[in-house]
Structure formats: structure tokens, C-alpha cells
Design a protein around this ligand. Structure first.
Ligand code: CA
Length: 258
């Protein structure tokens, strides 16, 4: 008796193929956002670790400088020393081993937020973090590129655990049309009406406080038109808002020295 093996009957029908493709597409649609969220969650953890270490570096800086809070910048001739690097106006170059906090951290990898890839300010360098310069380091401009910087004593901050030191920051550059998202190393308080705190980590941002602790915070978004003709929707679309706790954007309770 001859045993006939039935040949493989047929290929997939078009309908079957379409069903398989549809199932793969649905699975991808479900899983890809989850993967993206998992990646962002990891970056958020890294950012919190970075900003906490930067805050601790600043605490050590204070201890070495008679309890003065780390200034926003130190100027020596044409060289400006920021916390993350020095910048020379003569050679138009930066040196990250000369940053104010470099002696305490010895690691440039933690200077930048892993979720901030903006490529503006490439020469001075950008970190994705902004400093509470208005209250922690008041200054006046005394001439072209000349500033009288006046760091304050740590003792002048009445509530160090409720005073912003550094936070995830960015700005909208309204001198360009349409306004462009850029890096911003200086963070304004709510009363300035120039939002700069960016909730780039799943709609929350990282904040280091003057006492050295760090935690996540959700930006408070503005509405309508405000300040110098700014459109709140533009800031909201880029997740840029304020750090505020009392619902009154004319007061700076998380920035001032009280
Ligand atoms: Ca307020």
C-alpha cells in the first residue's frame, strides 16, 4: 500500500495575514509606550541621583567657603566659573574640570539630566538644571560682561528644606518665532512670570533643595496670556511651569529666604 503524504495544503490567505498583522500592530501599540515609559522611568531615577549628588557637592562647597552658598558664577577676568565648568570668553571654550563643584564630584557624567538632549548653548555647556539665582546669589550688572555677584550665607536661608537650590529647567526663547525650547541654567521664581521648571520626567521634574535633599515635583502650569505676552499653551506643551506650593504665583515661598 502506498502511503501518500498530503503536501502542505496552502499558504496563508490574505485575510489571515491581515489578522496577524493587525494583532502585531495592536501588541506594538500597547507595548511600545510601556517600553518608552520604562526607559523614562530609569532616566528619572538617574536624574534624581544626579541632582542629589550635585546638591551634596554644593553642601561641601559651602563648608569649604565659610558657609557661603555656592554662587551662580565666579568671574575672574574673561573666565566665568559655573558649577559645571569654566568658560573662557577669549578662547570661547569650556573646561569641565574647572567647574566649582568638580573638586567634590570628580565626575562630569552626573552634571547633565539624562532626559535633556537640547543642543543649544553648546560652547558654554548645558546641564538641563537651573539654579535659584535670584534669591541664593543676587547680583548686579556693573558693565558689559561685568557682574557684581554677592553670594549669601547659608544661615540667611530660614527654611533650607523648603528653598529650591537646583531643578530641571529649560526656557522658551521668544526672540525666535515660533518660540524655541532651549537650555537654561538659571531658574526664575514664580513672581518673575518666566516659567522655567520643566516636568520632563513623566510630567514631573527633579528639585534639589538647599538642605541637600532632592525629590520630584510637578510643575504648576499657567493659563492664558501672561508676563511679556507669553502664551501659557506654549509652555504647557513643553511641560514648563513653576515651582509653587500656595497657589499664588506672585509669591516665591519655595525660592525666597523666609
Ligand atoms: Ca507662591
Amino acid at each position: 500500500m502506498v502511503c501518500r503524504v498530503k503536501p502542505f495544503a496552502r499558504g496563508f490567505t490574505l485575510i489571515e495575514l491581515l489578522v496577524v498583522i493587525a494583532i502585531i500592530a495592536i501588541l506594538a501599540a500597547i507595548l511600545f509606550p510601556v517600553f518608552a515609559q520604562a526607559r523614562e522611568s530609569a532616566r528619572k531615577t538617574q536624574c534624581l541621583s544626579n541632582i542629589r549628588q550635585i546638591g551634596m557637592g554644593a553642601q561641601m562647597y559651602s563648608q569649604d567657603y565659610d558657609e557661603m552658598i555656592m554662587p551662580v558664577a565666579v568671574m575672574q577676568g574673561a573666565v566665568v566659573y559655573y558649577w559645571w565648568a569654566s568658560y573662557s570668553g577669549i578662547t570661547n571654550s569650556r573646561d569641565e574640570t574647572q567647574g566649582l563643584l568638580y573638586p567634590y564630584m570628580r565626575n562630569n557624567q552626573i552634571n547633565a539630566c539624562p532626559s535633556f538632549s537640547n543642543d543649544t548653548r553648546p560652547t558654554v555647556g548645558h546641564t538641563g538644571y537651573g539654579y535659584n539665582y535670584k534669591y541664593l546669589c543676587p547680583y548686579t550688572q556693573t558693565g558689559p560682561f561685568q557682574f557684581d555677584v554677592r553670594p549669601i550665607s547659608s544661615a540667611a536661608v530660614m527654611s533650607p528644606s523648603e528653598t529650591v537650590f537646583l531643578a530641571d529647567a529649560a526656557r522658551m526663547n521668544y526672540r525666535i518665532s515660533p518660540p524655541r525650547l532651549e537650555s537654561q541654567p538659571f531658574l526664575d521664581p514664580p513672581s518673575a512670570a518666566v516659567p522655567g521648571f520643566q516636568g520632563r520626567h513623566l510630567d514631573s521634574g527633579m528639585v534639589a533643595w538647599v538642605d541637600g535633599h532632592a525629590k520630584t515635583f510637578r510643575p504648576v502650569y499657567r493659563t492664558g496670556i501672561f508676563g511679556a505676552g507669553y502664551d501659557a499653551a506654549t509652555f504647557r506643551a513643553n511641560r514648563i511651569g513653576e515651582i509653587d506650593s500656595d497657589g499664588d504665583l506672585t509669591t516665591d515661598e519655595l525660592f525666597d529666604l523666609k
